[in-house]
Design a protein around this ligand. Sequence first.
Ligand SMILES: [Zn+2]
Length: 181
Amino acid sequence: MKRTPLARGTKTLKRSGFKTKPQNALGRKKSLKANLLGTSPVLDPQTANIKKTRKKKSQLSKLKAELWQLCRNIQIKRYGSDCYTCPSKDLQGSSRHLGHFISSSICSTELRYSLDNLRVQCYSCNIHKSGNWLAYETHLIADGINVQELKDRNEKTKGQMYRDDFYIQKIAEYTTILESL
Ligand SMILES: [Zn+2]
């Protein structure tokens, strides 16, 4: 008894699918004709879409790189070049890292660029000791950072998607901070 309406529903879906196909084909033919005649500035809508996505992606990665550089410069200016979690002093070049307390692999975008979650670290602490988090936490608490609030904020913001305007706003905010140091 239940089969009849289900089968009917499927048929309806199929029928409407067939209906849309010729329309699409016609649309493609039209745009092709327009291209041949030189009346359309867009060559192929699919190619145009790919180009648009690529452009947007590189713009976003540029913003991310710029924001990350600001994070680095602020924290180096604030805390110097000594490792935050071990006795290593005056770190230079590739051994001077900016490490996350809540690891970048599990933290939200918000925490990835949160200054409370970032400190200068040596290569060994950041990479080999996976952030040396126990020493990290002890130092953050001593610095008056509410570690629990940081963890809660990470849970709340995890999985949230951020667009260009988030990075643009953060860049403006951090530029002001850097200039005031
Ligand atoms: Zn270290």
